[in-house]
Design a protein around this ligand. Sequence first.
Ligand code: URA
Length: 238
Amino acid sequence: MLLEKMLQSQGFGSRKYCQQLIKSGAVQIHGELIDNLKYKVNLDQLAFQVYGQNYVYREKVYIALHKPKGYECSHQATHHFSVFEFFDDALMNRGLQCVGRLDQDTTGLLLLTDDGQFLQALTHPKKHVPKVYEMYTADDVTDAQLQQLELGVELRNENGIFAATEAMRLAEKQLRFTVHQGVYHQVKRMVAAVGNKVEQLHRAQIGQLGLEQLNHLAEGEWVYLTEAQIELAKQRAE
Ligand code: URA
């Protein structure tokens, strides 16, 4: 692939701008300065530098972020920060999107990608990818609430029944369960529907990929997913 095209595909800017980067001597391939516009790169295991910063060629990007509180999943965040503030311009130019949304006050595992097929595979309602949530509640979690969550509840303005699986009381006011859909405020509304209230919400797992498989990523940290982790995120059950 032409060097300028490769740079453009990685989010460095317009074709013209990428040509300027090359001509100005800002680009190195495997440590060697390349200022020839006709240069063709081999994309396999490609490592390069722009202005001395290291990059690896990625056809698509798959990212896991441990989202902190106070960040919105929208580009134009209004009252809080945006999760996109964690990423540089090159990643943003690639059209990075959140795979589903977490509320601004929810913490935990958030995936981001520029691969539309991956996004569909994880968010399409028919795919039923499980998501595990842990939460603190305002009142004690009762057996009746656990049963009702597993039986399912109706949510206003949504079709169907929303049921949890593996609902488990972790402490008097602490609960974990798995959901398979992803409608607006789903977990908070399900808990409200059984007569309790979510005080603090955390997503621990998507598919079979949990924060523990990501080296217990700290809040505000992100990593690129490996091939194996991408597959885990898509998996319904072990
Ligand atoms: N359900 C909610 O209510 N909020 C989230 O952030 C995610 C799921």
